[in-house]
Design a protein around this ligand. Structure first.
Ligand code: FPP
Length: 247
């Protein structure tokens, strides 16, 4: 049986988040500069987006550039930004035709102007699409996001728009960049590292984690399907005991 046919479409994770890791190491193994790894990583992005849309995943979040990534060599940062602009401008019509809605999380105002403008255009163009929501995490880190949310909540309290007694978990949910999205139920990280790297720390409280040794440029939609199949064979207990789940 085909891998995709083994997936139970009625039990898909609504939101999948991916830490795309290993572009640099993949390039090194191919005796090429790091940027070659990033360029090939775009092929994986295309395949995984296609796969997720094909089976009916609602949200797919890709960790494309972290707050910490700004500290990489200038040449690599510039190349990544250029790759992002080129990829979005090249793919946007196809994404739109396939009913994909593009969203972002992170401090996108800190990106170069052309990149920022391209993203605004792409988000506006696809805003009414009802298929897969593709969320790019750009200049994103979870600690930045939570700090920013707390600042906004503090401002509301200071200005008497919110009482501190009324603050609960849903208040923080509403001030995060992900305020209109379901929490990821499944987090995938490629390239053999077992870390979260400041990604969606609040939102993945109950997510299932999946690690593969494949470097990101080798990851394809078939690998996504295999991961989802693994997810579907896990028992998610949310703090309860097995018998409670089964009943
Ligand atoms: C991590 O590998 C990858 C990144 C920091 C960038 C990911 C970017 C892309 C796949 C291309 C553009 C994306 C989109 C959405 C168009 P690494 O460089 O940390 O690899 P290493 O750990 O082996 O050095």
């Amino acid at each position: 049986m085909n891998l995709v046919d083994k997936i139970d479409k009625s039990k898909l994770p609504q939101h999948i988040a991916i830490i795309m890791d290993g572009n640099g190491r993949w390039a090194k193994e191919h005796h090429k500069p790091r940027v070659f790894g990033h360029k090939n990583g775009v092929k994986s992005v295309r395949s995984v987006v296609e796969g997720a849309a094909e089976i009916g995943v609602k949200f797919l979040t890709l960790y494309a550039f972290s707050t910490e990534n700004w500290k990489r060599p200038k040449l690599e940062v510039t190349a990544l930004m250029q790759l992002l602009v080129n990829t979005i401008s090249k793919e946007i019509n196809d994404l739109d035709k396939n009913n994909v809605r593009l969203l972002t999380i992170g401090n996108i105002e800190s990106l170069p102007k052309d990149c920022y403008n391209e993203l605004l255009y792409a988000k506006e163009k696809t805003k009414n699409n009802t298929g897969l929501s593709l969320v790019l995490a750009l200049s994103y880190s979870s600690k930045w996001e939570i700090t920013d949310a707390i600042k906004k909540i503090a401002w509301e309290v200071e200005n008497k728009k919110l009482s501190s007694d009324s603050i609960d978990e849903s208040t923080l949910d509403n001030y995060l960049n992900t305020f209109n999205m379901p929490d990821p139920e499944f987090l995938i990280r490629t390239s053999g590292e077992h870390r979260i790297s400041n990604f969606l720390l609040w939102q993945i409280a109950y997510a299932e984690l999946y690690f593969t040794n494949k470097h990101w440029p080798d990851f394809r939609k078939e690998d996504l399907f295999e991961a989802i199949f693994d997810f579907q064979n896990r028992e998610r207990r949310f703090g309860l005991i097995s018998e409670q789940i089964k009943n």
